[in-house]
Design a protein around this ligand. Structure first.
Ligand code: ATP
Ligand code: MN
Length: 465
């Protein structure tokens, strides 16, 4: 074939009428082929957009033999002329002159033959599902949100701070950890007490995958001012829910000199910015998902962007739940760790908008949260969303060395000297929060299950690909 610069489908559809008449070179995967004995139409997709480019193959130029391998899933290279399209559904199409087949996809075995596979079926084929319209849309939105997050923080003067994935501190407190070891599990070296001898392990002590980068993030914030992390975290809880993964990505900003109100302002601005970014930059993909899965998607996204979040103390939230007369599966009383059904009642039925719940009982929150003057509650703030429940968990941190040390002693935590140094030397009021990236992607895509918004989900009994 002649040397012509390759265009993506996205570029050609964007240029549209202006490029009509030019010679083009496109490569991609065949979504469908249909037609009659004079002309065949291929819907070509190269992943650059949800939209397909129509390739017109005139059977006077291409014989049956040449077209045989052009089946759903095969990969091809086409050169031809961009022309205005006669058919409906597209403005331009390619009148093909040259065709090269890179790889066939045997129709007898290729799993993504027909449209409309269930999401459950596609989860079994997670290695191929990115090729479907649905997952293409989700994954492009996921990318746009990741970019928006970096842009938001960079524009605000926050620094991207990398916290370790392997950690030896067992006090992150946010969830059960996966252990990291090179000890031989079938012939464990034991110490005098008959326990595994971790001094012989890779790091000379017990180590795990991180459940949160926050504690190290505080070291960054008390040096650089405002930082954020954006990396994978790992939780070994047996949470088989549509909102939990064993491996998920978390964004954790941490800000020196921020009090809880500043923290809430930032969280609200941040999440609205991300949703707005997706609305502006992912229109085709969001419209596709809305049409196929969730008619109210765009309206719901706009509603969140356009309205103030409710800010409410936990104590009042519990009162509303108690007075609701609703029979919840889990009982509600002051001191209880709210379940998703409670959070969603407040958001979806009572206030009908996102809620930031603050000032939780200290017993159900982490040791590092700042104690309120009542001695009972801490300056926590959880952002609760429709359909999701908790999307952000955050707090103002306890900056008093004495109070923090007291709490650490109360809970019997050890190995925290490095963390206490932030309070021992030049301590400042500071705050931060964690946003579960997949919960944000779940909300923006309108998908129902968190396993469908990450390319290769990890959950109990599933570690494929
Ligand atoms: P939940 O109560 O929903 O299990 P959590 O209170 O344990 O969450 P945090 O420790 O506060 O979660 O983590 C901060 C954020 O990380 C949460 O607000 C949520 O968005 C997200 N998150 C937590 N656990 C998971 C998980 N297993 N899978 C995906 N996202 C998660
Ligand atoms: Mn939380």
């Amino acid at each position: 074939m002649e040397k012509i610069r390759r265009s993506t489908v996205r570029q050609l559809l964007a240029e549209g009428a202006q490029a009509v008449g030019s010679k083009v070179d496109v490569k991609g995967w065949v979504r469908t082929r249909r037609g009659n004995k004079n002309v065949q139409f291929v819907a070509l997709n190269d992943g650059s957009t949800i939209k397909n480019l129509q390739i017109v193959l005139d059977l006077s130029k291409f014989d049956d033999e040449a077209l045989k391998p052009v089946t759903t899933g095969s990969s091809i290279h086409v050169q031809g002329t961009l022309v205005a399209s006669q058919g409906k559904g597209q403005s331009v199409e390619v009148q093909a002159d040259e065709l090269e087949v890179y790889g066939t996809a045997d129709p007898a075995t290729y799993p993504l033959q027909k449209k409309g596979h269930t999401l459950e079926f596609l989860r079994e084929k997670a290695h191929l599902r990115p090729r479907t319209n649905t997952f293409g849309a989700v994954l492009r939105i996921r990318h746009a949100l990741a970019y928006a997050i970096h842009k938001f923080f960079n524009d605000k003067g926050f620094y991207y701070f990398h916290t370790p994935l392997i950690t030896a501190s067992d006090c992150e407190g946010a969830g059960a950890q996966f252990q990291v070891t090179t000890l031989p599990l079938d012939s464990l070296p034991l110490n005098e007490e008959g326990r595994p001898d971790y001094t012989q392990d890779f790091f000379g002590k017990m180590a795990s995958l991180t459940v949160s980068g926050q504690l190290e993030g505080e070291l960054g914030a008390t040096a650089l001012g405002c930082i954020y992390t954006f990396g994978p975290t790992f939780r070994a809880e047996n949470s088989n829910t549509p909102r939990h993964l064993s491996e998920f990505w978390m964004i954790e900003p941490e800000m020196a000199f921020y009090e809880i109100e500043d923290n809430m302002d930032l969280a609200e601005e941040f999440i609205k910015y991300c949703i707005n970014y997706a609305l502006e930059h992912c229109k085709d993909d969001i419209d596709f998902l809305a049409e196929h899965f969730d008619k109210d998607l765009v309206e719901r996204l706009r509603f969140v962007v356009d309205n103030d979040f409710v800010r409410l103390p936990y104590t009042e939230g519990v009162r509303i739940l108690e007075e609701s007369g609703r029979k919840f599966e889990f009982p509600v009383y002051w001191g209880v760790d709210l379940a998703s059904e409670h959070e969603r009642y407040l958001v979806e039925e009572h206030f009908k908008r996102p809620v930031i719940l603050t000032d939780y009982p200290k017993e159900i929150k982490a040791f590092y949260m700042k104690l309120n003057d009542d001695g009972k509650t801490v300056r926590a703030m959880d952002v609760l969303f429709p359909k999701i429940g908790e999307i952000i968990g955050g707090s103002q941190r306890e900056e008093s060395y004495d109070k923090l040390q007291g709490r650490i002693d109360e809970l019997g935590l050890t190995g925290m000297e490095w963390y206490l140094d932030t309070r021992r030397y030049g301590t400042v009021p500071h705050s931060g929060f964690g946003l579960g990236f997949e919960r944000l992607v779940l909300f923006v895509t309108g998908m129902q299950n968190i396993r469908d918004v990450i390319p290769f989900p990890r959950y109990p009994n599933n570690c494929e690909y």
